[in-house]
Write a protein of this length. Structure first.
Length: 497
């Protein structure tokens, strides 16, 4: 059966309308406390790549480029544009001393981290709004609060990487799509604008380029047997998404004369999954298993030079072409290797979590050492402080995953729009990572769904009761499990932050 939102008395409805504001303030308070009292992950020893530098260059020169002469096709524009929008300007930067430049760079990093705290708070409020139509307000608010105040989410606000921005788009666009599917007035217009919003999300990370196919499947299920309505709305969603991406695609075409939808990196990522069998190791950077040993020969054949970042930027398309040819040859030669890596990535995406970030964050508070790339190499020692917080956090996410995936299977069968929309988005992200590359920096993308799926499932368990020793009456199972999840999360936040 399709679940229905509960009808609340006017007084409760009024109080629940204040919950988004309370959530925003609560999440901001926790993240602000962390930023004031803790060292942040920052660039994570270089693991975050050059995103911050690209954003600063965009702020200074007005283009996604190295300086003002070397356009970048390697990266999508969303996160650099966010950085450029929030960092303060500095008119005398080119004439500034080295000390002045360093001070300005520190201020800019702080501005980005503060803005990401605001995005996390807004994401929590949006998650509450998404769940409120299907859950009691208290349970929806608890899910949103745990999402925004657990240590993993809070430490991501201090990471100079696109995680928090992308999470904001995933939740906000997911909520917009959910509302569009349920719209009674002008559903076509609503779903067109939802598609446009997802186009902007795709400019942050292009892992949702295939989303229109998944949304079409969800719409056909939702409006079955009215196939024409499902197809019409699916086409409108795809059109909105395509039009949002088109200006950037046109920019790429003008610069290269070739069709590059968002960025030129997909074939290189795909190639990585065709080289050798890969393990499930969410706490280490798997790219080191193919780089530089297997990567360098292909790069050198494509460019005639040894690897350098500037050469990669200058020769992005020839490098992509070379890795495309190499990847297809690898698949033809050993399809079992690629198939095995797809299966491994599917499993890693669904059950893995990069909990080592929690341990790294704790280490930064207790030692003056900066983060190091060596901490994330395959086979590296990651015992760090041996606090156990990372292990507890990992098991917390495993429990959320178990509840959430069980509920998702049940929910998809019901054709409930919340399950269908969230399931389509989650399925797209899962498949996109599985068929290309799944690595240390990508696990964040599933985090909102852990809370959404789990608490959506707990809401369905509410009528069931569990008997506890010493209590005369049974306790509703859903709220009881939610309380356990909350106690563990709050305890972890207190211990880590």
């Amino acid at each position: 059966m399709r679940s229905k939102p509960s009808v609340m008395p006017p007084r409760l409805e009024a109080s629940s309308s204040l919950l988004p504001v309370v959530l925003v303030l609560a999440v901001l308070a926790v993240s602000s406390f962390s930023h004031l009292h803790n060292r942040q992950l920052g660039a994570l020893g270089g693991m975050t790549d050059e995103w911050f530098d690209l954003g600063m260059n965009l702020r200074l020169h007005g283009s996604l480029a190295i300086g003002d002469a070397l356009p970048v096709l390697l990266r999508p524009p969303g996160y650099p544009a966010f950085i450029a929008a929030v960092v303060p300007g500095y008119a005398r930067l080119e004439a500034a001393t080295e000390a002045e430049r360093a001070a300005h760079s520190d201020r800019c990093r702080g501005a980005v981290q503060a803005a990401q705290s605001v995005l996390l708070a807004l994401s929590s409020a949006l998650l509450f709004l998404w769940l409120r139509g299907r859950l009691r307000p208290a349970l929806a608010a608890l899910a949103a609060l745990l999402f925004g105040t657990n240590p993993y989410a809070v430490l991501l606000t201090g990471l100079l990487h696109y995680d928090v921005l992308h999470i904001f788009f995933i939740i906000g666009c997911g909520y917009a799509l959910d509302r569009a599917v349920e719209a009674r007035a002008r559903p076509g217009l609503a779903i067109f604008f939802a598609g446009a919003a997802w186009g902007l999300a795709t400019l942050v990370r292009p892992v949702t380029l295939l989303l229109p196919l998944f949304v079409l499947g969800a719409l056909l299920l939702r409006f079955r047997p009215d196939t024409r309505k499902g197809l019409r709305l699916g086409l409108l969603f795809g059109l909105g998404m395509a039009l949002a991406i088109a200006p950037w695609t046109l920019r790429n075409f003008r610069q290269t004369g070739r069709l590059v939808l968002v960025n030129a990196q997909g074939w290189t990522a795909f190639w990585g999954a065709t080289v050798k069998p890969l393990p499930i190791d969410p706490n280490r950077f798997l790219w080191y298993r193919v780089y530089p040993e297997s990567y360098a020969p292909v790069f050198e054949r494509a460019t005639g030079r040894s690897y350098s970042y500037e050469e990669l930027i200058r020769s992005a398309l020839p490098v992509e072409d070379a890795f495309r040819a190499e990847a297809l040859a690898n698949v033809a030669r050993d399809p079992a290797c690629y198939a095995g890596n797809v299966a491994t990535s599917l499993l890693a995406f669904n059950v893995g979590i990069n909990s080592v970030f929690v341990e790294v964050f704790q280490r930064l508070q207790r030692t003056p050492d900066p983060p190091s790339r060596e901490w994330f190499r395959p086979g590296s020692d990651q015992t760090f402080l041996r606090t156990g917080a990372g292990t507890v956090f990992a098991w917390w996410t495993y429990a959320l995953t178990a509840c959430g995936l069980f509920g998702l299977v049940r929910g998809l069968a019901s054709r409930d729009p919340t399950w269908l929309v969230a399931g389509a988005i989650y399925g797209c992200l899962c498949v996109a990572h599985a068929v290309t590359w799944m690595d240390l920096m990508y696990y964040y993308v599933k985090f909102p769904f852990l809370l959404l799926f789990c608490f959506r499932f707990l809401g369905e368990l509410r009528p069931r009761e569990v008997r506890l020793p010493g209590l005369a009456r049974g306790v509703p199972l859903g709220p009881a499990l939610g309380t356990v999840f909350a106690l563990v999360s709050f305890g972890l936040t207190a211990a880590v932050l």
